[in-house]
Design a binder for this molecule. Structure first.
Ligand code: OKP
Ligand code: ZN
Length: 348
């Protein structure tokens, strides 16, 4: 197994997070990635690889050009307007307001290109987000060169980032960018299995009208949890993509019995689709004790998850997403990977 990582991903460093009416230390910190990297090095000596660099065209395959331009220049514009601190969005064009407008100054622009308040653009967000996408691309490249599996230690995460917006700690849709890379390399069908606690609204949006990328997500019911406005079971795709989006929302408090059942339904549907490759948006914020989440998976459950995924017998790229219990993240990810590899080895 190769585990891809890029040190520049640690540079993004948000000062505060506004959450539940309070300013707190950000849940999505570089420390989580550092600790995960250490756990991977200990569990899989010699597996670590530096992410390669890739042309920006891979980002433009998935994201709007104006959005990519905005991400690159936003922090500079914020400072040029005399502001200090991180660039936070503050005003959103809800309901019948003029959501298509792109105002001329940074406060208006940052609102146009975002959807929620916990995520800012900081001095190094762009370089970290770009290296995070390149970390996913490196894993995809490894699959295109014939590897059976790879792990991409992406940070910041990606699955909430849409074609033209950031939020939920995500700026570039790493899994989506990796999926498109594999399509460009000749794979005909890609499945994305999103097991993060939160629905991947960005990934769903990007592929909603496509039948060549099947998005399947098991997540907390958006009726009670972030991102609230997408991720319901009746969202099944549109146009050519009808039937190629599957949301399986679960109630808070879900533990392995109900989670495992939802996962096996998801995997059966992916098996029927017979993808050339599988990308797993691997959030481990489904862990009991995660500070943002309400599922109750244990260390052993994560190994079961890995084994269930391996049973599909598809080329598999794991792309890291959420997971905020920083002392548990490494062990839980290693458990998924060991479950996957153990099961893979036991099949003839
Ligand atoms: C990112 B990922 C809940 C507010 C949550 C953003 C959560 C982003 C999760 N009180 N703020 O899917 O792990
Ligand atoms: Zn999450």
């Amino acid at each position: 197994m190769k585990a891809f990582f890029a040190r520049e991903q640690l540079l993004h460093d948000q000062s505060v997070e506004f959450n539940r009416g309070e300013l707190t230390a950000p849940y999505e910190s570089g420390k989580r990635a550092e600790m995960l990297f250490s756990a991977l090095e200990a569990a899989f000596p010699g597996a670590a690889r530096d992410a390669a660099e890739f042309p920006v065209s891979h980002l433009l395959d998935i994201h709007d050009a104006d959005y990519i331009g905005f991400l690159q220049s936003a922090f500079g514009e914020w400072i040029a307007e005399g502001r200090t601190g991180d660039a936070f969005p503050m005003v959103w064009p809800v309901h019948d307001m003029r959501g298509e407008k792109i105002p001329n100054t940074i406060v208006g622009k940052i609102s146009h290109y975002s959807f929620e308040i916990s995520t800012a653009i900081t001095k190094h967000s762009w370089i970290s987000a770009r290296r995070s996408a390149e970390t996913a691309l490196s894993g995809a490249q490894e699959l295109s060169r014939g590897a059976n599996m790879a792990f991409s230690l992406c940070r910041p995460p990606g699955h909430h980032a849409g074609r033209g917006y950031f939020g939920g700690y995500c700026y570039l849709n790493n899994a989506g960018i990796a999926a498109q890379y594999l399509r460009n390399e000749g794979a005909l069908r890609i499945a994305i299995l999103d097991v993060d606690y939160h629905h991947g609204n960005g990934t769903q949006q990007i592929f909603y009208d496509r039948d060549d990328v099947f998005y399947v997500s098991v997540h907390a019911d958006p009726d009670t949890d972030f991102p609230y406005f997408l991720g319901y079971a009746d969202e099944t795709g549109a146009g050519k993509g009808e039937g190629f989006n599957l949301n399986i929302p679960l109630s808070r408090g879900a533990a392995w019995p109900s989670y495992g059942e939802a996962l096996s339904h998801a995997l059966n549907r992916i098996g029927d689709y017979a993808p050339d490759a599988l990308i797993v948006s691997l959030g481990v914020d489904t862990s009991a004790g995660d500070p943002l989440s309400g599922f109750l998976l244990t260390r052993d459950d994560f190994a079961r998850m890995g084994a269930a995924i391996a049973a599909l017998q598809r080329q598999t790229l794991f792309v890291f997403e959420g997971g905020y219990a920083i002392n548990d993240v490494g062990g839980n990810v290693v458990s998924v990977l060991n479950g996957f590899l153990g099961a893979a080895h036991s099949t003839p």
